[in-house]
Design a protein around this ligand. Sequence first.
Ligand code: GLN
Length: 268
Amino acid sequence: MLKDAGIDSARLDARLIVSFAAGLEPSAVLIRGGLRLDDQCCDKIQAMTNRRINHEPISHILGRREFWSLDFKVNAHTLIPRPDTETLVEAVLSRVDGRSLRILDLGTGSGCILLSLLSELPECQGLGIDISQAALSIAQENAHGLGLSERARFAVGQWASHINQAFDVVVSNPPYIPSGDMADLMPEVSKFEPRQALDGGVDGLVAYRHIARDLRRLLNPAGLVFFEIGVGQATHVTQILQDNGLGNIEIIADLSGIPRVVTGKASF
Ligand code: GLN
């Protein structure tokens, strides 16, 4: 059924749906075969399958997504964490020592970047900002679920416009898809994920310019900024950081070899 609807990941999704509805681990569905399912469970499977046929992302149907081997709650108000974004987490971890740092995450969404970092850096504290209160409620729940709520705070904001404290690390995976490309996205993304987490304005770079202008105020001396970027944006984002006084710029590729993160150091 899922395959007929053109769902590429039909087998995997079917297994995830059946295991979720039956309250089993996905691996158990494979091993047990000949599973007996009661009517209620079958109705659940049917309803979830119909949602997937309609191209709703599997993460929304299950209400969860794994990122950095942690379990995150997600819904229609938060961008679904992408494996590419683990490149950003890795980039930060390989460039900071274990000291007690203060981390700012702009456009935190589900909180996946900030919370993954805090899970690896027990001395650090973080602040996650998002324009969507609904997204922050999910981030807060995730902090709670991961036992990190003592070290993670969240606040509504338009990027960093109201923030007057300085941080050692600023991270962001802002919207970076040029507005004109939004119509080409897969229905899973365009119909179900929050547009304001994806649409990066006319050239896809509006959020970077906005945030970069505030870095002088936001970064401690020798503080680091890490941006996730879209395909083909490395040169532009490098220029934006240089124009705003950042030095030591590095570009880091994801597992497919695509430049995915740009980092710079405060040298104001
Ligand atoms: N990587 C996402 C996508 O291609 C975009 C995320 C973003 O704009 N920050 O769907």
